[in-house]
Design a protein around this ligand. Structure first.
Ligand SMILES: [Zn+2]
Length: 198
């Protein structure tokens, strides 16, 4: 599956500093850990002043799944396609949006179908890069269900790509993560066939 990395290591001034962009205050800056702590504190203060409870962003996966795992003795492929995803690129703090497709082959237990979009949502509700978001989605399904395998494919448009430069408008980044039995070619091919890609 095609994998195009998120364009995070540019030097066009949106993200990281580079050797060519010297910040005169760099030498006097505190260690990265201290800076991170300060920034976290600042964001927490902002949220609190807006009347938010910053702690509510800690989501407990078990409370989301809430017992919606059923023993069905089912061992066929189950797939939920076209799950809407909205996330924030951690390199540029700019949205990326797209669709996630999640498939799994049960080891007997199945999950309430509405829970797969919830899992995708939990994975996307943090600063992310698409590659990691795809992996998080797959691992969460693996942890919750312990199926024979999980496959996740995600297609997304990154505003950070579209905003900078020409020739990038309308491009789509595709990532995939396969675990367990999906590593077998025929199982993965079946997944792609049902997805309409193969
Ligand atoms: Zn980005």
């Amino acid at each position: 599956m095609l994998q195009i990395p998120c364009p995070g290591k540019d030097t066009e001034g949106l993200g990281q500093s580079s050797d060519s962009i010297q910040n005169p205050t760099d030498e006097r800056r505190e260690p990265a850990e201290e800076r991170l702590e300060k920034m976290c504190g600042a964001v927490r203060t902002l949220l609190e002043c807006m009347g938010e409870d910053p702690h509510r962003y800690r989501v407990d996966i078990d409370s989301i799944i809430n017992g919606a795992v059923f023993c069905e003795g089912h061992d066929e492929m189950i797939m939920v396609k076209d799950i809407d995803i909205h996330s924030l690129c951690e390199h540029h703090l700019i949205p990326f949006t797209g669709k996630m497709h999640i498939g799994y082959v049960s080891s007997g237990a199945v999950i309430g179908l509405s829970k797969l979009p919830r899992i995708a949502e939990i994975a996307s509700r943090r600063l992310q890069i698409q590659e990691r978001l795809t992996k998080h989605g797959a691992r969460m399904v693996m942890d919750v269900l312990q199926p024979q395998g999980v496959a996740v494919v995600m297609e997304a448009s990154h505003l950070c790509m579209e905003m900078r430069g020409v020739e990038k408008k309308g491009s789509t980044t595709v990532t995939s993560c396969v675990l367990g039995c999906f590593k077998e070619r025929d199982v993965y091919n079946e997944f792609l066939r049902v997805l309409g890609i193969n």
